[in-house]
Design a protein around this ligand. Structure first.
Ligand SMILES: Nc1ncnc2c1ncn2[C@@H]1O[C@H](COP(=O)(O)OP(=O)(O)OP(=O)(O)O)[C@@H](O)[C@H]1O
Ligand SMILES: [Mg+2]
Length: 266
């Protein structure tokens, strides 16, 4: 089993605050893993640190198909095949989606002809053709933005995809559509880490493994039963089972809050 992503003892802090505390995580190629955790546990930070966002003090190791990532520049990590979709996608004024993708494809060594061909094909598949010549994410609804991000992935074909809350802010039909698109992206050449708060996306996507992150570490990993435990008892149940002490910066969430269809962080 080849490892897409292998994170070992990863710690990271920013502005004097320690966020990741010796995190270990392995995602094999061909697999899709879900990452769940309370607000503020460090899930987005993990994505930022892996993609090379500036400002973090980082230690530990992160390997993409065996190659050390942490010493590389952002664009070098992208060239190795790392791609992140954002919890809060931003608008990029003045850069059309098509131009952005052609440039990103060139950076990744994809020929222009191949890139143009993929753009047309995948845009039709994800119904984003009308966004291609508009500035990135300009005036798109939440659901359209998330679909556009999955489309970008289908064109660029990363080796490791970090999907940060692709389901937040989506209506039920859009969750299903995006989840199916993620399932369709499954490939022996891709490892996916999908961050989510909601079991509902797990109705349409079947992760090979679910990880629970609390306080900047993976505290438990397992199968569907872990998501069921969370649905029934929230993170409180997991903390109690593992004997973890709750800290004031991470309030426990009641199960009733948990699986509401109203995202609390959009
Ligand atoms: N620049 C910063 N300075 C200080 N603290 C920060 C900074 N960036 C993030 N944090 C803190 O780090 C913690 C982890 O944030 P992060 O965004 O990784 O959480 P998350 O698990 O993605 O949460 P959510 O589920 O709400 O998206 C939070 O307490 C956040 O306030
Ligand atoms: Mg987050």
């Amino acid at each position: 089993m080849t490892t897409a992503l292998d994170v070992r003892g990863l710690s990271a802090g920013v502005d004097g605050k320690q966020i990741l505390e010796g995190l270990d995580l392995v995602v094999p190629l061909g697999q899709m893993h879900a990452l769940m955790g309370p607000n503020g546990s460090g899930k987005s930070t993990l994505c930022h640190v892996l993609t090379g966002k500036a400002g973090y003090v980082v230690s530990g190791e992160a390997l993409l198909e065996g190659k050390e990532l942490l010493s590389l520049e952002v664009d070098e990590r992208a060239r190795l095949g790392l791609l992140q979709s954002f919890q809060y996608p931003t608008e990029v004024p003045g850069v059309a989606l098509r131009e952005f993708l052609l440039e990103a494809a060139e950076e990744r060594g994809i020929s222009e002809a191949e890139a143009r061909d993929r753009i047309e094909r995948e845009a039709a598949r994800f119904d984003v053709t009308r966004f291609l010549d508009r500035a990135i994410n300009n005036d798109l609804s939440g659901g359209e933005m998330k679909r556009s991000e999955i489309f970008q992935m289908a064109v660029l074909r990363p080796r490791v995809a970090l999907l940060d809350e692709i389901d937040s802010g989506l209506d039920i039909d859009a969750v299903k559509q995006v989840a199916q698109a993620v399932e369709e992206m499954r490939s022996p050449d891709l490892g996916v880490l999908m961050i989510t708060h909601y079991n509902r996306i797990l109705r349409y996507v079947t992760p090979d493994r679910i990880h629970v992150m609390i306080g900047g570490r993976i505290v438990d990993s397992g199968g569907a039963e872990l998501a069921e435990e969370l649905e029934a008892g929230g993170y409180k149940a997991i903390r109690e089972r593992l004997g973890l002490v709750e800290t004031s910066s991470e309030p426990a969430r009641r199960p009733a809050d948990f699986f509401t269809d109203t995202p609390f962080d959009v």
